[in-house]
Design a protein around this ligand. Structure first.
Ligand code: XMP
Length: 509
């Protein structure tokens, strides 16, 4: 395995992704990790991430410098390189000119990282400092126009530094440099596959849970379904899943989940129809935050009541993913991000005094999808777009009534059908309809109408932190609009949302 030391870079997850793409396991650890813990992890190599700090700043992140005595190869990226140069006796200075964006890299000396690469190619820079005097034993292996020391190497000790960011796609050959570091420098083996992960995880769950019972909330989404499937493989009927139907799901959602998980996997799932309770509580509520609070609290109440019917449950299964865990341990992660990682089900674990089982906590989203495939889950479940916990409630602007819910469900079904038929479903992060709280005038047949307006939202994104509105073909948008107006009563206008995030959010409430 490879350990990535997090010095606060916005790209540290990307570094981990790049390593895992080569089937090498890798873990991101905070910079205050102890050397004994690193030794216990027994890494084949260490990557020091970049970070926003300047090395001479007070409180800039650091790591015990005996790291460099472990006899393990080290790759320092940007701040990581500055840190290595600094603690090994070199100097760091303010760059002649801040460098942000593309630069042409000129290879100056042999380095295993640059094996089989041309002598000049594009890299991506983002730095205000650069190395000045190098520690003894180091040499410059590449430069750019603005930065003489764009890459360094101490071949004897296998220490390498890159001023640019190889993990970012704009750095041509960046992924290849990481590959060379993993295999040519560190001698890693390609043994991180979803099949090996799955076998290990099942064994670990068996050992941790023994013959006790695990309860778990299913949302119908990818993460909870994959986590439940893994736990089910480990402990079978001792897994008790609870699916709360809050009445705010998309059309057919419950039936599909029933088919996918109960029929396919023979899983123990209790379906609780709580839709009336939720709809009653939401009557007349128009404020988005109030809607969320009501739904969140009711979910806990309903889940808790159902879980009490399962005597002797000792564990709560959750589909927490690695990005949440990394965030909670990040060099700059405060208490709030720690809370976030363990509150996916709104504070349930504390309330219920259960231990957590989070079998996906080392995986990224795309790895979860691969795992789902390895576990034999159907493609339509694996590729399901994310759906928010409060469901359609935050896609009905204003008052939620059974009639308005029905209008939105019909609209949403048509939209998804057309998006799927046009081959866009997997390409989009999310696509959905929003029912607006306004009516507008139209003509249908020879009659004047005064009816509802829906907005279509379709976005591309990697992580929902930022998103762009999807450039869907006009023909497709035309077809969607036409079908919605013709097939859904009480809608006479369809608009397309062309707002990115930021400044907008993906959802409307
Ligand atoms: P926004 O609207 O903040 O959404 O850009 C980012 C992503 O989060 C989803 N979302 C939620 N998911 N509970 C959830 O489980 C929520 O309350 C919630 N609000 C937003 C949203 O669908 C998008 O993928």
């Amino acid at each position: 395995m490879i350990v990535v030391i997090d010095f606060g870079s916005q790209f540290n997850q990307l570094i981990a992704r790049r390593v895992r793409e080569h089937n090498v396991y890798c873990q991101v650890e905070p910079s205050d990790i102890s050397i004994s813990r690193i030794k216990a992890l027994n890494p084949k190599g260490i990557i020091l991430s970049g970070g926003p700090s300047s090395i001479y700043e007070k409180d800039s992140p650091s790591i015990d410098k005996s790291l460099f005595d472990l006899g393990v190869p080290v790759l320092g990226i940007c701040y990581g390189m500055h840190y290595m140069v600094h603690v090994l006796g070199g100097t760091i200075q303010q760059a002649r000119k801040k460098e942000y964006g593309f630069a042409m890299l000129q290879i100056k000396a042999d380095s295993p990282l640059f094996k089989d690469m041309p002598s000049t190619f594009q890299c991506w820079m983002s730095h205000g400092d650069s190395a000045g005097i190098l520690p003894s034993g180091f040499e410059i292996t590449a430069s750019t126009k603005n930065t003489d020391i764009a890459a360094v190497a101490h071949h004897g000790k296998q220490f390498y530094g890159l001023q640019f960011h190889p993990e970012v796609e704009h750095s041509v050959n960046g992924a290849l440099m990481i590959k060379h570091f993993l295999f040519d420098v560190c001698g890693c083996e390609k043994n991180w596959t979803m099949a090996s992960f799955s076998d290990g995880a099942i064994a670990q769950i068996k050992e941790a849970v023994g013959d006790k019972k695990v309860i778990m909330g299913l949302s119908g989404g990818v993460d909870s379904s994959v986590a439940a499937t893994l736990i089910h493989k480990a402990i079978g009927k001792n897994l008790y899943c609870i699916f709360v139907d809050n009445g705010l799901l998309r059309h057919n959602e419950k039936a599909q989940l029933e088919k996918r998980l109960v029929a396919n996997l023979d899983m123990n799932i209790q379906f609780v129809d709580a839709s009336q309770i939720f709809l009653d509580a939401l009557k007349g509520v128009t404020d988005p935050e109030s809607k969320r609070k009501i739904i969140g609290n009711l979910f806990i109440q309903v889940f808790d009541a159902e879980a009490k019917k399962i005597p002797g449950a000792a564990f709560l299964g959750q589909g927490t993913l690695y990005p949440d865990i990394i965030e909670s341990k990040s060099a700059f992660g405060g208490p709030t991000s720690i809370i976030k990682s363990h509150h996916n089900v709104g504070g349930l674990p504390e309330k219920m005094k259960l231990k957590l089982i989070e079998p996906l906590q080392l995986l990224f989203k795309d790895e979860v999808r691969k795992l789902g495939k390895t576990l034999g889950l159907p493609e339509d479940l694996i590729w399901r777009q994310p759906f928010p916990g409060p469901g359609l409630a935050i896609r009905i602007m204003g008052d939620i009534t059974p009639r308005r819910l029905d209008i939105l469900k019909q609209t949403d079904t048509i939209l998804l059908e057309e998006i799927r038929n046009a081959g866009f479903y997997r390409k989009l992060w999310q696509s959905f309809a929003v029912l607006l709280p306004i009516k507008s005038v139209g003509v249908m047949g020879d009659k004047r109408t005064f009816a509802n307006c829906v907005a279509i939202r379709a976005v591309t994104s990697n992580d929902a932190m930022t998103a762009d509105w999807a450039r869907l073909p006009h023909e497709l948008l035309g077809k969607i609009s036409n079908r919605i107006i013709n097939e859904v009563d009480d809608i006479n206008r369809v608009v397309y949302d062309i707002t990115s995030k930021p400044p907008g959010t993906i959802e409307w409430e």
